[in-house]
Design a protein around this ligand. Structure first.
Ligand code: FUB
Length: 326
């Protein structure tokens, strides 16, 4: 695959942060990242090296490539979550009627990922946690899409993200991870209730399909693994995601929030570090890819740094693949 080299900026060299969920609120870019913690290496397939406990909100004055980055300080801490156990992973935030809703995945006291909501009056928080997780929630990696008819929450991730423990929104006796030619496991999408605090329906599977409408296979290096993100471009819905163990950011295009989404290509080739994770945002007529890598920590996968670069579409709406290693 041919990848273009782009000018990239490390956004916050002062600290290790990852998994940027980015939105424009009141004309300004706000970043909702995970907050990595230094620890002895416990890298494994369960993601035990990702032990984040709190999160800060960052904002950028103007152009994301050059504007001043402000750290608004700690906006949320898992110790304020009554049901919380460990591992505060990738959050997202959305505005409704002047309130800001932070959706976060956190393991409960039984080490099972659930999704919680915390509410603030300002985009930078502080966010106050609701007393219980969302009923029927599971797995991790959140993205929220605001549409005219409501709000749609995307979630799910394999391996340490625990998605393989569920089918049809019910917990299995034991995890089942498809392999080879079996259909890959899909991300989920669910419409939120009017008060933004619960699911308004059962989560639905988000299928990434090939040009013939067949779900990508479990053995396909381009299949969904984690890090769902959805944005709109020219009236189409772009579902993008990480492929996990093949270390790509890929995308697929559909006609509505639930898909199906037809696989289109690679957004970002592998970066330094095991994980890759992102968001895609338009700001003042230009498009940007926010992501992370582990270059500044010398390749430690659990100590990641936030980056941004411009993202380009061709005349047919295809995203040009970006080189991850530069
Ligand atoms: O940051 C912890 C996990 O690593 C995220 O939830 C995944 O998407 C990966 O970036």
């Amino acid at each position: 695959m041919e990848a273009i080299k782009t000018n990239k900026r490390y956004l916050f060299p002062e600290d290790y942060m990852a998994d940027p969920s980015v939105h424009v609120f009141n004309g300004k870019i706000y970043i909702y990242p995970s907050h990595d913690i230094e620890l002895d290496n416990v890298e494994n397939d369960n993601g035990d090296c990702y032990v984040m406990e709190d999160m800060h909100v960052l904002s950028i004055d103007g152009d994301p490539m050059t504007g001043k980055v402000t750290d608004h300080g700690k906006a949320f801490d898992m110790k304020d979550v009554p049901w919380g156990g460990r591992q505060l992973w990738d959050c997202d935030c959305i505005e409704k009627d002047g309130k800001y809703y932070l959706y976060y995945p956190l393991k409960d006291k039984n080490d099972v990922f659930r999704i919680g909501v915390a509410v603030a009056d300002r985009p930078e928080g502080p966010f106050k946690a609701e007393p219980d997780p969302i009923r029927g929630s599971y797995s991790m990696d959140i993205c929220v899409l605001k549409e005219e008819d409501g709000y749609y929450l995307y979630f799910g991730g394999l391996w340490g993200g625990q998605l393989q423990r569920y089918r049809d929104n019910k917990a299995l006796e034991s995890a089942e991870l498809p392999e080879g030619d079996e259909p890959s496991l899909p991300s989920r999408c669910v419409r939120l209730s009017d008060d933004m605090l619960q699911f308004a329906e059962d989560p639905r599977p988000i299928q990434v399909v090939d040009e013939d409408g067949n779900p990508l296979k479990a053995g396909d290096p381009h299949r969904f693994f984690e890090a769902s993100w959805v944005h709109k471009y020219n009236g189409k819905y772009y579902f993008s995601y990480s492929t996990g163990d093949s270390h790509l950011l890929c995308y697929a295009v559909g006609d509505n929030p639930y898909g199906p989404f037809v696989y289109k290509g690679v957004i970002l080739t592998p970066v330094v570090g095991w994980t890759t994770h992102h968001s895609i945002v338009e700001y003042e007529g230009k498009w940007y890819l926010f992501h992370h890598d582990s270059v500044p920590s010398g390749g430690k996968s659990w100590l990641r740094s936030l980056k941004v670069c411009e993202l380009t579409y061709d005349k047919d709406g295809n995203i040009l693949t970006i080189e991850g290693m530069d």
